[in-house]
Design a protein around this ligand. Structure first.
Ligand code: TXA
Ligand code: MG
Length: 372
C-alpha cells in the first residue's frame, strides 16, 4: 500500500493526501447496470468523487453543487483551483439551474450537437459554486452522450462537475487502465466501460464574448459548428512560453502550451511529406547514434518509410481516417511512454475536421514548437 510521500504508478510522490483504495467496477457501456450506477451515485451524493466514462475521455466527477466534493477533484488531480471545470448535464432543463440566460445560439447548438462532445460557455447561474468556475462569472456546460455518463447524472439527480480523469498536465485517459496509471490510490471508484469512442476532449465554445469562439478544438469540428453558426471563430493562436503555470492558467484557462503532455518530450514535424520524412529520419538517425530510445507516432501509410529506422513505431490510423486517429491518439502516446522511449517524434495529421483538435493536442504536447 502506498503512503504519503511514497510513489504512485507514474513515479510522482503522493502529496497532500493519503492513499485510498481504488475500486474498478465493470459496467455495460450500452445499458449500464442500475445497481452499479446507484452505487456510484450514492458515493457522489455523499460528497465523494467517481471516475466515469464519456464518449470523449474518462471524467473525474463530483456533485457540482457540493463545493467540498468539487475540491476533492482538484486534490486528486493535483490541479490548481484557477482552472475551471465543465458541468455535465443529462437533460436540457438542467441548463436553467446553471445559467442565467440561454441565448438562441445555445439552443440551436444544443438541438444539433447535444448529447455530444460540445461544451458551451454561458453566464454562471447563482447556484454554481465558484470552486467549479474558478471564480469566473461564466460556466462551462456539456451534455455527454455516453449512456453511463447519462445514467450517472440522472441517478444523482444533479449536474456533475468533471475534468478529464488524469493527473494535471498529463494526457487525458481513454481507458480505465489509463485512469489507474494516473490516479490509482487517489480516487475511490472507477466505472470501467471500455475505451472511449471519440478519444479527444469536447470542443469548448465561448458564447459569452462578442462573437462565438472556439477556446479548445475537440470532438465537434469547426466546420460542423459553422453549419449552425456561420460566424464561429477558430481558436486564437497562442504563443505563450510556459514560465509560470499558475499565472497562465488564470490568463487563459486550459490553454497552456504544455497541457496534455506525455511524460517524455514530443517533437512535432510539419511541412511537405518529403520534407517531414527527411527531417524525422535525420532526427531518428542522430538520436539512435547516441543510443537514445526513440518513438514515432505516424500514419499507417508512413510505416514502410520508418520500418527500418530504428525507432519504435505507433500508428493511430491513416491520415484519411482522422476519426480513428483521434480515437487512438492518447493510447498511442501512453503506449510509447510506457515503452520508456526518451523522445516521441510525431507527424502532422492536417487541420480539417478532427485534425484541428489532434493538432492542438500534439502542439500542446510539443510545448508549442513545430519543426519544419
Ligand atoms: O470531453 C471533455 O470535455 C472532458 C469530459 C470529461 O467531459 N472534460 C474535460 O475537462 O476535458 P477538462 O477540465 O480537462 O477541460 C475543460 C476545459 C479546460 O480547458 C478549462 O479551462 C475550460 O474547459 N473551461 C472550463 N470552464 C471554463 C470557463 N468558464 N471559461 C473558459 N474555459 C473554461
Ligand atoms: Mg483535462
Amino acid at each position: 500500500m502506498w503512503r504519503v510521500g511514497e510513489r504512485n504508478g507514474r513515479g510522482k510522490p503522493l502529496k497532500h493526501m493519503d492513499y485510498i483504495r481504488t475500486e474498478v467496477i465493470e459496467v455495460n457501456a450500452e445499458s449500464p447496470e442500475p445497481t452499479v450506477i446507484e452505487r456510484a451515485a450514492m458515493l457522489l451524493r455523499h460528497g465523494e468523487i467517481v471516475v466515469f466514462p464519456t464518449e470523449t475521455v474518462y471524467g473525474l466527477g463530483a456533485d457540482a453543487f457540493q463545493p467540498a466534493a468539487v475540491e476533492r477533484i482538484f486534490a486528486a488531480k493535483g490541479r490548481p483551483f484557477s482552472d475551471p471545470l465543465i458541468v455535465h448535464i443529462a437533460d436540457e432543463h438542467e441548463l436553467e439551474l446553471l445559467t442565467t440566460t440561454i441565448p438562441t445560439e445555445a439552443k440551436r447548438l444544443a438541438r444539433e450537437f447535444w448529447p455530444g462532445p460540445l461544451t458551451l460557455i454561458l453566464p454562471r447561474g447563482q447556484r454554481v459554486p465558484y470552486r467549479v468556475t474558478a471564480g469566473l462569472e461564466t460556466v462551462a456546460i456539456r451534455m455527454p452522450r455516453h449512456p453511463v455518463a447519462q445514467a450517472l447524472i440522472s441517478a444523482l439527480g444533479s449536474p456533475i462537475a468533471a475534468p478529464s480523469a488524469n493527473r494535471f498536465m498529463h494526457i487525458s485517459p481513454t481507458t480505465a487502465h489509463h485512469v489507474l496509471t494516473d490516479l490509482s490510490g487517489r480516487v475511490p471508484f472507477i466505472l470501467n466501460a471500455g475505451p472511449c469512442e471519440i478519444g479527444v476532449e469536447s470542443t469548448v465554445l465561448d458564447l459569452c464574448s462578442d462573437e462565438p469562439r472556439i477556446l479548445r478544438p475537440g470532438g465537434i469540428s469547426l466546420e460542423a459548428l459553422r453549419t449552425i453558426l456561420p460566424d464561429v471563430q477558430p481558436p486564437m493562436q497562442r504563443n505563450i512560453e510556459v514560465e509560470d503555470e499558475e499565472t497562465l492558467v488564470k490568463k487563459a484557462p486550459g490553454q497552456l502550451l504544455t497541457h496534455y503532455a506525455p511524460t517524455v518530450p514530443l517533437l512535432l514535424f510539419d511541412g511537405s511529406i518529403e520534407a517531414m520524412y527527411t527531417a524525422m529520419l535525420t532526427e531518428i538517425a542522430r538520436r539512435c547514434e547516441q543510443k537514445e530510445h526513440v518513438g514515432v507516432l505516424i500514419a499507417e501509410e508512413d510505416i514502410p518509410t520508418f520500418e527500418d529506422s530504428g525507432a519504435l513505431i505507433y500508428s493511430p490510423g491513416s491520415v484519411d481516417d482522422l476519426i480513428k486517429v483521434a480515437a487512438n491518439l492518447y493510447a498511442g502516446l501512453r503506449t510509447l511512454e510506457d515503452a520508456n522511449v526518451q523522445v516521441i517524434l510525431c507527424r502532422n495529421f492536417g487541420e480539417q475536421g478532427l485534425g484541428l483538435a489532434i493538432r492542438d493536442r500534439l502542439l500542446k504536447a510539443a510545448g508549442g514548437k513545430i519543426r519544419n
